[in-house]
Design a binder for this molecule. Structure first.
Ligand code: HBI
Ligand code: FE
Length: 289
């Protein structure tokens, strides 16, 4: 059926029909972006960069400058990859939107980050559920310039391929969700953001650090792998790591054993609170009631 053109969604519709390679990559066709779409990137970048000055982890802010991400229009992924690859071996490859899990993990295991090529319509400026070029490139790509984080992401890809074979993907997806997408990190001057889902949303950047609604709990691999998550609103629980080095160390173990250990446990609801939790701050959950 012909795709209806949602007003303002020209960019998404344009890429929906792009010719797709077997690995789901497409041609970014950078010249097809309109001045209006480049301008929307600039306004998203300007707003988020200001919000994050005091809220993002220092590694992120440094990497944004190192990779020369700026208010200079939607980046050309080839050129961006040529700047990133010499640092940690990662490249950024254009895709239309979410790709199948086994394809996604194969890209990550080979240090290729699949980034949506479309940019959100004006009507979804503040929040969208799908990964557009701003979420993927501004949210996810900068930290791939950090060696420990880059190694964690490649290991996650390999782990994903294994989780698929063990039919434990939902548990592994939670690890990705509560770190790569919505993770917080403690630092000398309070909690900082490293999760791409927060970094690419100014509203959630403030909420995740300053609202007294959500729980904030120390990262624990088994606890995270048992905890369900919501995809259509701010998170009810955020997990806090000490550093990327510590995260890599915590995850440097055979997940097969973990899967075996948690198999018999109940899943944990996103707003649940356990006596065994190391609490950073217990939330009121007011925002969610
Ligand atoms: N595909 N392009 C893209 N981006 C993602 O973040 C992504 C994906 N496919 C699957 C996926 N994420 C997650 O469901 C896996 O981590 C489980
Ligand atoms: Fe994402």
């Amino acid at each position: 059926m012909a795709k209806t053109t949602v007003l303002g969604n020209e960019s998404k519709n344009r890429y929906q029909n792009a010719i797709r390679n077997t690995d789901y990559t497409i041609d970014q066709n950078w010249k097809s972006y309109t001045g209006e779409e480049h301008g929307r990137w600039d306004r998203l970048f300007h707003q988020s960069r200001q919000t994050l000055q005091s809220r993002a982890c220092p590694e992120f802010l440094t990497a944004v400058d190192t990779l020369r991400l700026s208010e200079d229009g939607i980046p050309n992924m080839e050129e961006l990859s040529d700047r990133l690859q010499p640092i940690t071996g990662w490249r950024v490859v254009p895709v239309t939107d979410l790709v199948p899990d086994e394809i996604f993990f194969d890209h990550l295991a080979n240090r290729r980050f699949p980034a949506g090529a479309f940019i959100r319509p004006e009507s979804e400026f503040e929040y969208l559920q799908e990964p557009d070029v701003f979420h993927d490139i501004f949210g996810h790509v900068p930290l791939l310039a950090n060696p420990n984080y880059a190694d964690f992401m490649a290991a996650y890809g390999k782990g994903g391929q294994r989780a698929l074979s063990l039919d434990m993907l939902p548990n592994l997806a939670r690890l990705y969700w509560y770190t790569v997408e919505f993770g917080l990190m403690r630092s000398g001057d309070g909690l900082k953001i490293f999760g791409a889902g927060i970094l690419s949303s100014s509203g959630e950047s403030v909420f995740a650090l300053e609202s007294n609604s959500p729980h904030r709990i120390d990262f624990d691999l088994q606890r995270v792998m048992r905890t369900e998550y919501i995809i259509d609103d701010f998170q009810q629980t955020y997990f806090v790591i000490d550093s990327f080095a510590k995260l890599l160390e915590d995850c440097y173990q055979d997940f097969g054993d973990i899967y075996a250990e948690i198999k018999d446990f109940e899943d944990i609801k996103p707003n649940e609170f356990l006596q065994s939790d190391n609490v950073v701050s217990r939330g009121t959950l007011d925002y969610f009631n």
